[in-house]
Design a protein around this ligand. Structure first.
Ligand code: SAH
Length: 209
């Protein structure tokens, strides 16, 4: 996976050693349901239940590289899902906070991360649109579900000099993966990293689940 998918193939190459090391180390097959374990290392997202997916390895690496994570930084993730992205971030810095809206995913990711030794990752069940004010500000924010706009609460919870990676666009259509930077005066800059397809950021759980 690391040798073929992350080193080029016509896309922005993943060259950040910390990201490559993390992708080599985290056992991705333990983050997908047993029935689809054989698909864990393919160049695609994989279903993890409840209509959700673990992102494609390349996209995880691209987002993590864009954040320029350093040890000691405080990171907020919206959309825990399987916990894989949180584990990748935790390989670089222990201060990882992750929010998930679907209870069974929140529960299974929390126990998976503990069992695999990611003891410093803090998990929260809730609507990540509102971030995690108790632990703000964050040096980095990574949103792994597509929002219709950049949630103002998340930008507020970004530290000056901080960076956020977030897919923005409509549900089930191509979205833009944005890198947003907050300057020292609170000003905002935004650049598009890639076109992507993420599951939507949901605002309430549909009743028929
Ligand atoms: N980062 C995950 C993949 C995320 S898939 C991983 O590494 O496996 C997107 C996740 O975002 C899903 O688990 C979905 O339930 C969650 N999600 C969607 N809307 C959300 C919201 N408003 N707040 C928190 N999580 C949300």
């Amino acid at each position: 996976m690391v040798d073929t998918q992350l080193k080029g193939m016509g896309r922005t190459e993943i060259i950040d050693k910390a990201v490559l090391d993390a992708m080599l180390k985290v056992p991705r097959h333990l983050f997908v349901p047993e029935a689809v374990r054989n698909l864990a290392y393919r160049d695609a997202p994989v279903p993890v239940g409840y209509g959700q997916t673990i992102s494609q390895p390349y996209i995880v690496a691209l987002m993590t590289q864009a954040l320029e994570l350093k040890p000691g930084m405080k990171v907020l993730e919206i959309g825990t899902g399987s916990g894989y992205q949180a584990a990748i971030a935790a390989e670089v810095t222990p201060l990882v906070f992750t929010v998930e809206i679907i209870r069974p995913l929140y529960e299974s990711a929390g126990s998976r991360l503990k069992n695999l030794g990611y003891l410093t990752v803090r998990t929260l069940e809730g609507d990540g649109y509102y971030g995690w004010p108790e632990f703000a500000p964050f040096d980095r924010i990574i949103v792994t579900c597509a929002a219709l706009h950049v949630p103002p609460t998340l930008f507020d919870q970004l530290a000056p000099g901080g960076k956020m990676v977030i897919p923005v666009g409509g549900n089930f259509e191509t979205q833009r993966l944005l890198l947003i930077t907050k300057d020292e005066n609170g000003g905002r800059r935004s650049e598009t990293l890639s076109l992507v397809r993420f599951v939507p950021l949901i605002r309430e759980i549909p009743r028929n689940r």
